[in-house]
Design a protein around this ligand. Structure first.
Ligand SMILES: [Mn+2]
Length: 317
């Protein structure tokens, strides 16, 4: 296990960086990658991000101009916010077994890299990158803005249960670089597309409850996605929706992919360990926020399997 200082020493000692982000990239993985790339370039090093085909318009501005060209010669491979190699996007699979340094905050991190800087008590990987930026003397407005995106998105703008005093200390340090965080907050947390609002309205009217109302299920079959014409961006971070209903402490969001798989996001209170539930289906994540993918099952069967798993895991606790 590397400390952030040791990770910074490693980064100073090497060159030719290729930075990997996870599939279905969120603000944390992209913000961290954008910040790390700028830190390394600021130190005069060669650094670029491996292309990620799933980047949405929401986060694209924070990684603009950082993508590696097709003929990029990678010497040192670093992954950010990636818990295991099965979360690599397709085009990153060639780097399985070849990652030199993994910087991450997932408790289930499989230690797949040669060197690992993993702190599960951090709410966002961006908190660890902030410490590394300080060690490198590279915490400035250019690196702080993507780090703010990383930390704010992984904490739902500092309201999820993962937030700690350190999260706020990091936010304060980022603010002190002089970044204009207000448009970020407005765009990421106070703005919804009309399609998104229509989608939320539909989903809220179709919520299903189980286990005496403590479990809520949000379902997004492909047919509904097509009917409303929603994009990936419209569906970003829908997992927080169900958990807002009073009396629930276990929110299951089921999203059907074009290939018929069901992508599951689970958000839970202290009663249900989300990591344990998702591990039963080959997934993982954090205690209060985990995910998994179910294949070759009907919508009804997916729903039943997850509700049962949540009830069992809660019962075991
Ligand atoms: Mn994260």
């Amino acid at each position: 296990m590397l400390t952030p200082k040791e990770a910074a020493d490693f980064l100073r000692a090497h060159d030719g960086y290729l930075i990997l982000t996870h599939k279905s990239p969120d603000g944390d993985t992209l913000g961290c990658a954008g910040a790390l790339c700028r830190m390394l370039r600021g130190l005069g090093k060669r650094a670029a991000l491996l292309r990620n085909a799933e980047v949405t318009q929401t986060y694209a501005p924070y990684v603009d101009g950082l993508w590696a060209p097709d003929d990029y010669a990678a010497e040192t491979v670093v992954s950010v916010d990636i818990a295991s190699e099965n979360l690599f996007p397709k085009n990153a699979e060639a780097y399985a077994g070849r990652v030199d340094l993994s910087i991450d905050h997932h408790p289930g991190n499989s230690n797949f890299a040669r060197l690992n800087c993993v702190y599960p008590e951090r709410a966002a990987c961006g908190e660890i990158l902030c410490e590394i930026a300080e060690e490198l003397g590279m915490l400035n407005a250019e690196t702080a803005l993507p780090l703010y995106v990383a930390v704010s998105t992984d904490t739902g703008c500092f309201v999820y249960s993962n937030v700690t005093a350190n999260t706020h200390r990091v936010a304060a340090k980022l603010f002190e670089t002089g970044i204009d965080y207000r448009p970020v907050n407005k765009r990421l947390f106070r703005t919804k597309t009309k399609k998104r609002l229509a989608l939320e309205g539909h989903l809220l009217s179709e919520l299903e409850f189980f286990d005496g109302g403590r479990i809520v299920v949000v379902q997004l079959p492909l047919a509904l996605q097509r009917e409303l014409g929603v994009t990936e961006e419209d569906m970003d971070d829908l997992a927080a929706l169900g958990g807002q209903v009073e009396g629930t402490d276990c929110s299951i969001t089921m999203k059907e992919r074009a290939n018929g798989e069901w992508k599951i996001s689970l958000r839970t209170g202290p009663r249900v360990n989300a990591t344990q539930v998702c591990a039963r289906f080959g997934g993982g994540g954090h205690r209060a926020a985990s995910g998994c993918t179910l294949r070759d099952m009907t919508q009804e069967d997916v729903k039943r399997a997850l509700v049962e798993a949540c009830i069992e895991v809660a019962g075991d606790a």
